[in-house]
Each structure stands twice: as C-alpha cells, then as structure tokens.
Write a protein that binds this ligand. Structure first.
Ligand SMILES: Nc1nc2c([nH]c(=O)n2[C@@H]2O[C@H](COP(=O)(O)OP(=O)(O)OP(=O)(O)O)[C@@H](O)[C@H]2O)c(=O)[nH]1
Length: 132
C-alpha cells in the first residue's frame, strides 16, 4: 500500500476558532470539511509544503517557525494509506480567502463534530477539543 504524506494545519484565530475548508464538487470526498493543507512534494518538508499550500489555497503568509506539531492521522483509504501530520498555527499575515473554489468556515472546537469530515480526520476532533 502506498503511503501518502499530507501536511495539514489547524489555523486558530484569536477567538480560538479553527478554519475548515469544504472540498469543492468534482473532487474526491467533495462536500467534506477538512484542514487546509496538501501533499508534501519531493524536496519539501511538511512545514514548507504547508507554507506553500496556505499561500496557494488561502492567500495567507506564514512561516515554518509558526507551525507547531500537534498530532497526526494515519488512515487506510481504499487506494492509499494517508499519513497526515497536523500542525497548529496562530500567526499569519493576511485574511484567509478561498482561492481554489473551497468554502471556508471558522468553527469552535465544540462545533467541529457538526462538520462532516473525511474518515481520517474523525479521531483528530477530540484531540483538538481537549487541546484548545
Ligand atoms: N488537506 C487535507 N487533506 C486531507 C484531510 N483529510 C484527508 O483525508 N485528506 C486527504 O489527503 C489528500 C490531500 O491531497 P491534496 O489536497 O494534495 O490533493 P487533492 O485535494 O487535490 O486530492 P486528490 O488527489 O484526492 O484529488 C486528499 O486525498 C484528501 O482527501 C485534511 O484534513 N486536510
């Protein structure tokens, strides 16, 4: 089974809310809410991949030093095994806006379970709730 490394981030605002992005129609798992991020490309670290993805997906700027390791997901999908480190980030420049057709939502930790998420993300929700 192919292991795919995807870096993801919980962006946390001053009110303690977390940014979720809804996968647009046409993509796999369309309609589900996920943490911003994406595949780590050859030559990238998880942190540098996130800095790139946050710029491409949301138009914000952040730095490796602002990405703190929080937890990870390890989940077997039908066609690949997802290994997804989840970072926490409270500091960035700019206002996140959807640049790739996503819908964005800021959710309090207690509201996270109201947003349908990919199966890999489900175990992360109580971890975030306890941590925040
Ligand atoms: N960014 C992100 N990806 C996630 C999360 N949970 C989860 O299962 N994934 C999966 O990790 C992969 C992320 O890949 P990607 O962001 O680079 O690529 P993509 O959406 O174009 O995916 P695709 O190759 O499935 O079309 C997708 O298969 C996505 O479904 C999450 O919380 N955030």
């Amino acid at each position: 089974m192919k292991v795919v490394l995807v870096a993801a981030v919980a962006l946390i605002d001053v009110d303690g809310r977390i940014l979720l992005a809804q996968r647009p129609p046409g993509k796999s798992m369309a309609g589900l809410w996920e943490f911003p991020g994406g595949k780590v490309e050859p030559g990238e670290t998880p942190e540098s991949a996130l800095v790139r993805e946050l710029h491409e997906e949301l138009g914000i700027e952040t730095w490796n030093s602002c990405l703190a390791p929080l937890t990870f997901a390890s989940h077997g999908y039908d066609d690949f095994h997802l290994l997804m480190p989840l970072f926490a980030c409270r500091k960035w420049n700019g206002i996140p806006h959807p640049k790739e057709g996503q819908t964005l939502a800021w959710a309090h930790a207690r509201e996270l379970r109201d947003y349908p998420m990919p199966p890999a993300d489900i175990p992360l929700i109580p971890i975030l709730r306890d941590w925040l």
